[in-house]
Design a protein around this ligand. Structure first.
Ligand SMILES: N[C@@H](CCC(=O)N[C@@H](CS)C(=O)NCC(=O)O)C(=O)O
Length: 266
């Protein structure tokens, strides 16, 4: 078992403090992309959020919000950056000189900022609450279940609609705008939303998940079991898991019915 981190371990380059979650993957994916594109290496440490390492003093001195991901740039005097989206901007501003994952045209920069802001204020928080109400609360509260699952469906419907004439969110080019939302779409099935109902989004997810850097990025600190592909595999392999997932889906469907939920997007 890895030792519990107690402080920074690198002295140069970028050091990433993260865990295998949709927000953590924003940072590990862009770092893997920069590594593949430019040979920019980095160091990482796994911060097991169930052990609350992210609330310890040494961590909150770097990331005052006490959440992963956080990066430290040892080549900029130990400059620390919290928030996945600020990390995507920081890393591309400093280490993507050819703009392989970012933009120069001011209108494209704005388009990317809009999708990134949309993810930070919408998809991430709403899908996070869907997970919370569907899976993590002890008592199942139908109002919360249908409210946040429904809002997640509404939001991914917006992505699906936007992607009907383009392969990627901005300028038909894979970029930090896609990376920001990818992690959340990667666990859509786990969140109780049927990816098959959003064909353009599913094709976008398939395009992105097949990138080697994305495969590597989503394996840091280790490959999880929540990704859409792993989730489907587990349904096939593990009858008990499949049964409890069917029960959960029935509960979500019943909650939607109770409150007269009807899919609408936007
Ligand atoms: N807006 C932040 C959200 C970060 C966040 O919520 N991180 C979660 C993991 S996905 C976390 O650290 N949770 C542990 C905790 O709340 O203590 C970002 O995009 O980086």
């Amino acid at each position: 078992m890895a030792e519990r981190p107690t402080g920074l371990k690198a002295t140069k380059g970028i050091e990433l403090l993260t865990w295998g979650t949709p927000n953590g993957w924003k940072a590990s994916i862009i770092l893997e992309e920069l590594k593949e594109a430019y040979g920019k290496d980095y160091t990482w440490q796994g911060i097991n959020i169930s052990q609350n390492i992210q609330k310890e003093d040494w961590f909150t001195k770097l990331g005052p919000n006490g959440r992963i991901p956080v990066i430290v740039d040892h080549d900029q005097g130990g400059f620390a950056v919290q928030e996945g989206l600020a990390i995507l901007s920081y890393l591309t501003r400093h280490y993507d000189p050819d703009h392989k994952f970012s933009f120069t045209d001011p209108l494209d920069v704005s388009r990317a900022e809009q999708w990134i802001a949309w993810q930070a204020g919408g998809l991430g928080p709403m899908q996070g609450q869907a997970n919370h109400f569907n899976r993590f609360t002890k008592e199942k509260i139908p109002y919360g279940m249908q409210r946040y699952t429904g809002e997640t469906e509404r939001l991914v419907g917006i992505l699906d609609n936007h992607l009907k004439d383009t392969d990627y969110l901005v300028g038909n080019k894979y970029s930090i705008a896609d990376i920001a939302s990818f992690g959340w779409v990667h666990i859509l099935r786990f969140s109780g939303v049927d990816l098959d109902a959003f064909p353009n989004l599913k094709a976008w997810w398939e395009r992105i998940v097949s990138r080697p850097a994305v495969q590597k990025g989503t394996s840091i600190p280790q490959k999880g079991s929540f990704g859409n592909d792993q989730y489907l595999q587990r349904l096939k392999d593990d009858e008990e898991f499949a049964k409890s997932e069917r029960e959960l889906k029935d509960k979500i469907a019943a909650a939607k019915k109770e409150y007269g939920y009807k899919y609408a997007s936007p």
